[in-house]
Design a protein around this ligand. Structure first.
Ligand code: ADP
Ligand code: MG
Length: 135
């Protein structure tokens, strides 16, 4: 499925709708260039999962854990070019069968993930327009 959004609010609303189909153990990979709207989309998913805390990009850790209707892990692996050189346990706190995991820049983690529920790809179409592909 692919949809176009015309602003950050639309992208957040789409994320919120996607959340309705998610539950414990689901892993969602969110790809796209810097500024495409990955965090914006994830903010919407978090809202949909009942997260009330402000959702911002993890900077000093690889991820944030938020309580919600389902616990949610939000990871940003931008700085992890290769998980092969990292501790294999790094993902274990975040990707579990008890929570939903939402992963920006998932490349480094992909070979380690046993389960991927959805792949989201966001493309700039100029201005505030984005194309959001969800598989
Ligand atoms: P990323 O996490 O992919 O680097 P962010 O979600 O942090 O991107 O930032 C996207 C920026 O683009 C935000 O400033 C947001 O307000 C803006 N924006 C403009 N139009 C859209 C849109 N249609 N969808 C998502 N974000 C948009
Ligand atoms: Mg981001």
């Amino acid at each position: 499925m692919a949809e176009r959004t015309a602003g950050a609010g639309d992208t957040e609303a789409l994320g919120e709708r996607v959340a309705a189909g998610l539950g414990p153990g689901d892993v969602v990979l969110v790809s796209g260039d810097l500024g495409a709207g990955k965090t914006t989309f994830i903010r919407g998913v978090c809202r949909g999962l009942g997260v009330e805390a402000p959702v911002t990009s993890p900077t000093f850790t690889i991820g944030h854990l938020y309580p919600g209707r389902v616990p949610v892990a939000h990871l940003d692996l931008y700085r992890l070019a290769d998980l092969g050189q990292e501790d294999p346990a790094l993902l274990e706190d975040y990707v579990t069968d008890r929570n939903v995991a939402l992963i920006e820049w998932p490349g480094a983690a992909e070979p380690r993930l046993e389960r991927v529920s959805k792949r989201v790809l966001i493309r700039h179409l100029g201005g505030d327009e984005r194309e959001i592909e969800i598989d």
